[in-house]
Design a protein around this ligand. Sequence first.
Ligand code: KIV
Length: 271
Amino acid sequence: MPEKVTVPGIRARKRSAGHEPIVMVTAYDTPSARIADEAGVDAILVGDSVAMVALGYADTLQVDIDVMAHHVGAVARAHPRALLIGDLPWLSYHTGEADAVRNAAALVRSGAEAVKLEGGSRRVPAVEAIVGAEIPVMGHLGLTPQSVHVMGGFKVQGRQEAEADALLEDARRLEDAGCFAVVLEGVPADLAARVTDAVGVPTIGIGAGAACDGQVLVFHDLLGLGSGRVPRFVRRYADLAADATKALSAFAADVREGRFPSGEESYGAPS
Ligand code: KIV
């Protein structure tokens, strides 16, 4: 039986030290967490992407701590071997350190073993407070979806030199504040490589090239369960939406044409 993945275990996983890349996926419910865990991923992120991927919203700003705690609880009930990280939603850590700790604790009490939050230097007090409460924190830099309106859309970040330098500095500040890993989303591959070299904690990329210490994708994107256009960094490993539609169409046809249920699928009268 493979060992439980822990925060110190992930923290040590720098590829420069000879370690295999970290594999992380999102999951929002018990069955998807079971599937991810059976596939042997290292970490499961209950991302606030649940808002867009599973709840039909246009951005991630629409979910609060209660919604996130609900989904973290569902994933925790799969008892994954993978490390379970809960995403702190927008406004749950922007209004002061006490709020940040209280909300991080709500995710831990729902089953998270670590939390993730977005942003750089400005978030250092929140990171320090949460880490000070013995809750491990994963950082998230680059295309941070909770800043969608400030960024003017979901756009690649760090393309200008000054922006790239600021992002590098943010990564160092997050490491100093105690983050055990940092997600790099939507940044040029060479910048992600510079950040990965510059920090002693692992970087986990999404749309950030191949040099990161790990990669994360959204469960629904990689399995072809989403609708609409997927970003260019997504590799689709299955087309489950098409398979599911085919299966449900077959069920509908069987019902309409009297082939379902059969005798074997029905109960007999008591004898
Ligand atoms: O919410 C999320 O799914 C994320 C990942 C894309 C990193 O933050």
